[in-house]
Ligand binder design. Structure first.
Ligand code: DQA
Length: 188
């Protein structure tokens, strides 16, 4: 909700220019080979293309008034850079690191360094698959992991991050600073 002022007679002034600033911003990162979704190992990953998945995420983001930035890369370094960049201007990250989940200390370190609430998503249930997929290097530094629910996992991650971030913003806004509380009591 953009900043607004209610004048007398119920006239509400809103400032749409502030909307972008006030909106939650979430970066969604897809790792290697996810550009091949829809054609890649359909029995495991389903038939939805990455474009269709991104459209579904964008549609939900609109409903939730969240600004999403969606990116896919086959390169570990590029994913690390995008995680680092999210430090400024983003409130949270959703990431499917794909095969890098099981190998990348660099991606884990980037998530830990940035400190943004991050949800790890996997289309398949990595814990039911080959043993080498059971270990996630990022699991220890993320808020939570969703695995095995297909594209719905991304939508749940978005909804979950939205709800948590909105609640935490609300708490920050309603918390009365200690100084004002003392001032209000007339003790300073
Ligand atoms: C994946 C699972 C990984 O093990 C695999 O390497 C992927 C996709 C998933 O979404 O299920 O590429 O992250």
């Amino acid at each position: 909700m953009p900043p607004c002022w209610t004048l007398s007679r119920g006239i509400v002034l809103t400032f749409p220019g502030f909307e972008q600033y006030d909106m939650l911003r979430i970066r969604v990162l897809h790792g290697p080979n996810l550009n091949l979704l829809g054609t890649r190992e359909q029995l495991i990953y389903g038939t939805m293309s990455l474009d269709a998945l991104d459209s579904a995420i964008t549609k939900l983001a609109k409903e939730l008034a969240v600004k999403v930035d969606l990116r896919q890369s086959n390169s570990e370094g590029e994913l690390v850079t995008w995680i680092q960049e999210a430090r400024t201007g983003y409130d949270g990250i959703i990431i499917n690191p794909a095969a890098y989940t099981h190998t990348s200390i660099a991606i884990r370190d980037a998530i830990a360094a940035v400190g943004l609430p991050t949800v790890e998503v996997h289309l398949s249930n990595i814990h039911q698959r080959e043993e080498f997929r059971h270990r996630s290097y990022v699991a220890g530094v993320v808020l939570g992991q969703i695995a095995g629910l297909g594209p719905t996992g991304y939508l749940l991650a978005l909804r979950g991050l939205h709800d948590l971030l909105t609640a935490s913003r609300r708490r920050t806004k309603t918390a009365t600073p200690a100084v004002s509380r003392r001032t209000a009591k007339g003790t300073t």
